[in-house]
Design a protein around this ligand. Sequence first.
Ligand code: SAM
Length: 440
Amino acid sequence: MTGSLAGDHPALGRGGVWTWGPIRWRFTGYREELDDLVSNVVVVPFVGDRCVLVRVRGDGVTFPGGTLEPGEHWVSTAARELREEAGATLRGIHPIGLFECRATRRYRQHLPFPDHRRVAAWADVVIDGVPSSPAGAEDIAEVLLVTPGEAARMLVERGRPEFAELGLLAAAERTRLADEDWFRDVRLQLETLYLAADDPYLQSGKSGGAASWEMARRFTAGAIHRDGTFLDVGCANGLLMESMVEWTRADRGFRLEPHGLDISPALVGLARRRLPVWADRIWAGNGWDWVPPRRFDFVHTLPELVPDHLRGRWLRRLVGEFLEPGGRLILRFGDPYPADPDRRTLGDLLAEAGLRPGGELVRERPAAPAVRWPGWRRPDVPRPAGGAPGTAARSDRGRLRGARGPASGRTGRPPHRLCAARRCPPGAHPRECCRAASST
Ligand SMILES: C[S@@+](CC[C@H](N)C(=O)[O-])C[C@H]1O[C@@H](n2cnc3c(N)ncnc32)[C@H](O)[C@@H]1O
């Protein structure tokens, strides 16, 4: 947290007493090592530049949040409460502070008492459902999308100046997130959610079991065109390393030597336990600054593992320092769902990085208009935007498309926020709306 609490956010800086406890509280910066006494979380969710407030029936407006269930980590609580109270899916969560609390009455047996902490975080979310309001949870009458200023005004009117200031603090912190906090938050979120699951697919971030895993991942084997070494940057529990060896052999007849890297030492520990024969080739480190002990023929990763402003340098580094000469960088990325129109495509991300794919594989997402496509680059990059065309290759899983880069006409499209301005014709896919808007 930067800035002066007392000066910029006096109600937060003063602290106070919540009469419903009663609970005496004071507000401090977030530190992960203080997570042990956490009992609650409050989230300031953002959709674009607007934040989400919920109106509790018979009560008033507030930010989503709630109490940890037994054994639950606050990140899981935040994801659950966003779904239950706002019908929202969590994309990224960033803790900004802690309410250090002392209660006079115990609320629930499993919660720390009398001293406990409430994590305050902001989050990027997608509203893709309605509040599920399960029995025993808050009864939500309305989900509101408002500017941080409007949210502050409504919360002050409701007599919650500290939450009004929390919303404003969240909006400010969102514009100045330090890279080290960004990486910490991605690690914290993914390791918490993956380690909370028993299912190996969920431990690699994929819901829906084996069939869904194959549908979303197997086509990637189409980018392997010979025997070689393979590194998965962001390997989670190692399932993709394992699957790629099998799929590449079965579908392509090639032999891969798998390796893995993950930013979470806890997930690396899980991967090593699952795959003991490869334990010495699964490393803990941040792909952004990790120095590889060797080069690889194939490097697979997801472009969203680093912040936007580092991505171009990072992708060029993967090509220049991780790949063997003649190797391939394989990027996998899902095109946005209609509910998520602000998210960019892989083509947009590569264009911003000044890179063009050497080829692309497309796997249509069932029952959705968006596509999923990885591209691979030859190591003779960076090639400037608009340079020589790349190559395309055929996959028996994905559909073949010609190489496409920044010169494809995707650039110059207005931001998807146009859709938020409600220019979409009723029922139109928001991205089509944007495309249409750019050509008129
Ligand atoms: C969605 S999982 C990907 C699992 C598997 N590679 C796949 O494609 O199915 C993303 C993983 O990347 C890891 N990760 C996130 N940022 C990272 C970074 N900067 N460097 C290394 N690993 C990172 C996370 O801890 C998480 O385990």
